[in-house]
Design a protein around this ligand. Structure first.
Ligand SMILES: Cc1ncc(COP(=O)(O)O)c(/C=N/CC[C@H](N)C(=O)O)c1O
Length: 741
């Protein structure tokens, strides 16, 4: 068996450990995992559509006000990963999983659809990663570890399309891939692969996917992203879904593994919900029993992250209104460059936020049949008419030649600008030959055979003559490590290790690439602002600066820019302050109280200078908020806008253990000034060592407070138990040091 690999939540993933013994790794399960509904959501609120909570995760930022709960929607959430280097993809999968993704879709390198065979090894890709056995195996092995870390199954997804589609399907079945795109219409319309070849390969591939329990996603979303006028594509989308569903059922797939890839086609400024919602209703009506994989709109996503995020909120609301099994997310930066991890994670987190925020919506609203009915019926009538006309013209291949598909008018209206494909054309033409009577399929999952792998009574016995079926006998799976001695992960890791391990650089596309994003407002008329923005970026020492988004705030007043560029800035880990040893103090409030209350601790507190905001200090001290008083600490709140001298005088007179300085206002760095003054005054009075000096406030950080000479600083979301723990830790440490002298 492959050597065990461990993953520690506080440590980065070790890619070399994943690669070690990879030739012996075998997937621990096969097939697709849905989340399903569960009552084991957070107890604080009644949820109607949540699944099991995770063991570890990163909750929404607002969770700080709700005891850090992180409810998980009942549908699967997909994250798209695309760095071009699979070793970087592995780290991004982990980030996405902690934010709520349990379906990892890795974009393929450009043009892989035209390779009539499988790639091996780990060459670097363009726009995505070359899908190879080694890449899949390392990804699946890593996802096993991440599953254990977050406590939920995670589906690995890839693409069965192109000239090597059937072989890809077998590779996925062998390597434990859980989901895959498969739709011959994609090959034909968008990769110009010969229609006959594409249909034959599709049936072969679908048979394999069915036997391996791999969920299939169709390719209808591509018609939406290709259409000239996406608001006219509705009827055709339903026809494309229907064609692929019929083929998939013929090939033996179950309906809950046939996922319609449905994208709400339009975007504001169009009246999106009025146009897209009836279509979503019609789909759920026509395709009952199938799975719905709702994709977020890419056709009208722009370079502006905020605008695209709002578009995706609307898409996700349609999912909640009409039902969704798999909610796919698209990084809001996808219109600018390949999805960066920060944007992929933001897309997952925002989608989780919307799905949880709209929990139960579908149970509260009913569509007014008078309003939506006519539009739903119209769309269904148009799609049925299109289907009938395809049959009337002679069938699918004739319709392709007549340019039925991706025409910019709404069927039956036509503009005559559809994509035309020919039986006798495209890549792979004339590569389909009649099956020889003695044909010997390499695997049992072979379309045309009347049983699946390992079942009795198959029409022909091909696998007895060849080596045997790798889907029935896992030991027959052959593993190829690398084919290119230079373009591979080992060389890339070696180059990275050759650099100072100590050196840290910012990254976006892949590790240590130095890519950063800068936002700036340039006060020039829009016609001249771009040149100035690029010059300013260069003056900031950004190499190859590029404008990735611009918002004209006013044509004459100026433009807000987002630029990306490479910074040469780097920091050595040795330059960073030592990581403080984790406190040995108990963590639960009860345990802290048991240890702290007998010590007779007294604190004095105040909001300093001209600061009147005392709510935070009350929350930290008052027993009603499980403040320090709850832990047996005697708290004297001196008042608000208290001079530093007075607070120190009170601490001396009351023989306080600690001084709490609350500082909310941070304008012109006044909080920093007051913290330094507190320390300096205590030193000047010769009493600095008598008590702990602790600051708190929304802009206060522990590092900042310590830089000002204090003992600790507490920022947003601090609760009484954390301050209590710090005091306990400090007092017991001082007692230990005193007793050891
Ligand atoms: C049906 C189908 N087959 C294969 C491919 C990939 O095929 P190439 O390797 O030739 O790009 C795609 C691509 N879709 C992109 C994923 C999309 N962003 C999504 O979320 O669905 C596809 O839709």
């Amino acid at each position: 068996a492959a050597p065990a690999v461990s993953l520690s939540p506080e440590q980065p993933l070790r890619v070399d450990a994943i690669l070690c013994g990879l030739e012996r790794y075998r997937p621990r399960r096969r097939g697709w995992s849905y989340r399903g509904q569960s009552d084991d959501g957070p107890a604080q609120f009644p949820y109607a559509q949540t699944g099991r909570s995770l063991k570890r995760s990163v909750p929404l930022q607002a969770a700080q006000y709700f005891a850090d709960i992180d409810p998980q929607p009942d549908c699967v959430i997909t994250a798209e990963i695309a760095s071009g280097r699979f070793e970087d993809d592995l780290r991004r999968m982990r980030m996405a999983a902690w934010h709520g993704a349990d379906h990892i879709m890795v974009i393929r390198t450009l043009g892989q659809s035209h390779y009539d065979g499988l790639l091996e090894g780990t060459p670097e890709g363009v726009g995505g990663v070359p899908i190879t056995r080694k890449q899949l195996r390392a990804s699946r092995r890593t996802l096993d570890l991440i599953e254990d870390e977050v406590g939920r199954p995670i589906n690995l997804h890839s693409y069965v399309s192109g000239l090597a589609g059937a072989e890809m399907a077998v590779l996925f079945a062998e390597e434990g891939v859980n989901g895959a795109h498969q739709d011959c219409q994609y090959n034909i319309l968008y990769r110009n692969i010969n229609p006959v070849r594409s249909v034959v390969d599709a049936f072969e591939a679908k048979r394999v996917l069915a036997d391996a329990d791999i969920l299939q996603v169709d390719g209808a979303h591509n018609a939406n992203s290709t259409a000239l006028k996406a608001w006219n594509i509705f009827p055709e989308l339903m026809v494309q879904h229907a064609l692929n569903c019929v083929m998939s059922e013929c090939a033996g797939m179950r309906r809950d593994r046939i996922a319609l890839s449905t994208v709400p086609p339009t975007a504001p400024p169009a009246p999106k919900i009025a146009l897209d919602l009836p279509y979503a209703i019609a789909l759920r009506y026509l395709f009952e029993g199938f799975a719905f994989r709702a994709q977020q709109n890419t056709r009208y996503s722009t370079t502006n992250g905020l605008e695209t995020s709002v578009l995706h909120v609307l898409d996700t609301m349609i999912s909640r209104l009409t039902g969704v099994d798999i909610q796919s997310t698209v990084a809001a930066d996808e219109a600018r460059h390949v999805p960066w991890h920060a944007a992929s994670v933001a897309a997952v987190s925002a989608t989780k936020q919307v799905l949880v925020g709209l929990d139960g919506l579908s149970g509260m609203v009913r569509f007014d049949e008078q309003v939506t009915g006519p539009r739903v019926r119209d769309l269904i009538a148009r799609s049925v008419l299109m289907f009938e006309d395809i049959l009337a013209i002679g069938g699918y291949f004739d319709a392709l030649e007549a340019g039925f598909f991706v025409d910019s008018a709404m069927y039956p209206e036509r503009n005559g600008d559809g994509i035309r494909r020919f039986r006798a054309g495209g890549v792979g033409v004339d590569t389909v030959v009649p099956r020889n009577p003695g044909y010997s399929a390499p695997v049992c999952s072979h379309f045309g055979r009347n049983t699946g792998p390992g079942k009795e009574g198959s029409r022909d016995e091909p696998t007895t003559r060849c080596r045997g079926c790798t889907l029935c006998d896992d030991s027959l799976v052959r593993y190829v490590d690398e084919l290119d001695e230079d373009d591979n992960v080992t060389r890339r890791l070696a180059r990275k290790h050759a650099e100072e391990q100590d050196v840290i650089r910012p990254e976006a596309e892949h590790q240590a690439d130095g890519l950063v994003t800068v936002s700036m407002f340039v006060p020039l008329p829009a016609s001249r602002a771009d040149a100035a923005a690029l010059k300013l970026a260069e003056r900031m020492n950004l190499r190859d600066p590029r404008i990735v988004d611009r918002v004209v705030l006013h044509p004459g007043e100026g433009v807000q820019f987002e630029l990306v560029g490479h910074t040469m800035a780097e920091v050595r880990q040795s330059e960073l302050p030592p990581v403080r040893v984790a406190s040995s103090a108990p963590t639960s409030p009860e345990a802290v109280r048991t240890s702290l209350s007998p010590l007779g601790i007294r604190v004095v507190g105040a909001t300093l200078g001209n600061d009147e905001h005392s709510v935070g200090l009350q929350e930290i001290t008052n027993i009603k908020h499980q403040g320090l008083e709850w832990f047996g600490v005697t708290c004297a709140v001196v008042g608000t806008s208290v001079p530093v001298e007075m607070l120190i005088e009170q601490a001396v007179q009351q023989e306080a253990t600690a001084v709490l300085a609350s500082l909310v206002v941070s304008h012109h760095d006044i909080h920093r000034v007051m913290m330094s003054k507190l320390n300096d005054m205590a030193v000047a009075r010769g009493v600095r060592d008598r008590f702990l000096l602790i600051a708190g406030g929304p802009q206060v950080t522990d590092d900042l407070a310590r830089q000002c000479g204090l003992d600790a600083g507490f920022g947003r979301r601090t609760r009484g138990v954390e301050v209590a723990r710090f005091i306990l830790d400090s007092v017991t440490t001082r007692q230990r040091v005193a007793s050891s002298r």
